[in-house]
Design a protein around this ligand. Sequence first.
Ligand SMILES: NC(=O)c1ccc[n+]([C@@H]2O[C@H](COP(=O)([O-])OP(=O)(O)OC[C@H]3O[C@@H](n4cnc5c(N)ncnc54)[C@H](O)[C@@H]3O)[C@@H](O)[C@H]2O)c1
Length: 344
Amino acid sequence: MVVQQDLDCVVVTGGAGFIGSHLCERLCESGAKVWCLDNMLTGAADNVAHLASNLDFHLTYCDVTAGIDVPGPVDLVLHLASPASPVDYLRLPVQTLKAGSLGTLHALDLAARKGARFLLASTSEVYGDPLLHPQPEDYWGNVNPVGPRSVYDEAKRFAEALTATYRRGGSVDSVIVRIFNTYGPRMRSHDGRAVPTFIRQALAGEPLTVAGDGLQTRSLCYVDDTVNGILAAAASGHPGPLNIGNPEEMTVLDLARHVRRLTRSNSSIVFVESAVDDPKVRCPDTSLGRDVLDWRPQVPASEGLARTIAWFAGQAAEDARTRAVPSSEAAPGPEDDASVGVDS
Ligand SMILES: NC(=O)c1ccc[n+]([C@@H]2O[C@H](COP(=O)([O-])OP(=O)(O)OC[C@H]3O[C@@H](n4cnc5c(N)ncnc54)[C@H](O)[C@@H]3O)[C@@H](O)[C@H]2O)c1
C-alpha cells in the first residue's frame, strides 16, 4: 500500500533515528519539504546522509525538550523524538521522561502555532504487561508506574494525555499511533532489541542469547509496513489511538531459530535472565487500523528478516573494509556522526 497525500512541508522529530529516517525517505520521495529535527541522542546523521542532496530535505540539530521552531508553513508534525529501545531508555531515563513530556509539549505547540496536523508516535508499551490479549486500543493497560521501564511507558502515557488534551481543547488536530515492535535496516546492532541482537550474534557465530525461557511472544512489524501505517494515520482525520503493528505473533525462541536458519549460522542458543517487567505477551489487535485506514501489514516475517539480515551483513562487510584501510584514509567513524551534515 502506498499512501498518497498532498503535503508541502512536514516536520519529523527524531528523524535521524531508525523509523524516522525511513519516514523522511518516504516523504522526500513524495516531493514534500522535510524538516528532520534531531539531537542525535540515539540517532545518527548517517541514517539520512543519502537524502542530503535533496534541496527540500533539512537536517537540523534540535533538542525537542528545549523548544522547537522551523521557518515557514508546516502541514504535519510527526513526533518521534524519544529513546525507544530498553537499553537506551534505561541508560537515559531522565532524557526519556523529558522527551515524552517537554518534547511532546513543544512539538504540540509547534503544531498549534503552524495550524499543522500532529501525529504522536506512542508505543505498545502503554499496555505494560497486558492482561488482555491481543491488545485493542480501548484497553487501558497494566503498567508498573515506578518500575525501571516506567520512564518510557509513563512518558508515553503522559504524551498521549497531553495530545488528547490539546485535541479536546481544539488547538491541535492530532492522531496517536501505538507502534508495536518494528524492525528493519538501520536498527543499531547493539540497541538491545531482539532482532538486531540475534542477527548480530548469528552473523558473528556467537551464541544467540534468549531471555527467560524464550516463550514470551512478540509481534514484529517490518519498517515499511509501520511507515505505511503512520502515513495512513496522518492522512486520515482519525484521532486514534490506533495500533500499528503486525498481529503475526511468535515466541522469542522461535525468532532466534528463524534468524539462525536465515543466516545459515551454527550458533547455539543460550538462555539468559529476563529484564524486569519484561512483558510476557505482546500482540496488537489491528482491526481498527484495518477498518478506518484500510491498512494492514504486507511483509511476512521471513521476507522482512531476510531484508534486514542482508542489510546487517552489508554493514558488517563495510565495517570490516573500513577497518582494513589504514586509519589516515578511513572514512569518518560513528563518533563523527553527530557533526556530519547537520545544520544547527
Ligand atoms: N522501533 C520500535 O519498535 C518502536 C515501537 C514503539 C514505538 N516506537 C516509537 O517510535 C519512535 C522512533 O523509534 P525508533 O525505534 O526509531 O528509535 P530511535 O532511537 O532509532 O529514534 C529516536 C530518535 O529520536 C531522537 N531523539 C531522542 N531524544 C531527542 C530529543 N530530546 N530531541 C531531538 N531528538 C531526540 C534520537 O536521536 C533518535 O534519532 C520513538 O518515539 C519510539 O517510542 C518505536
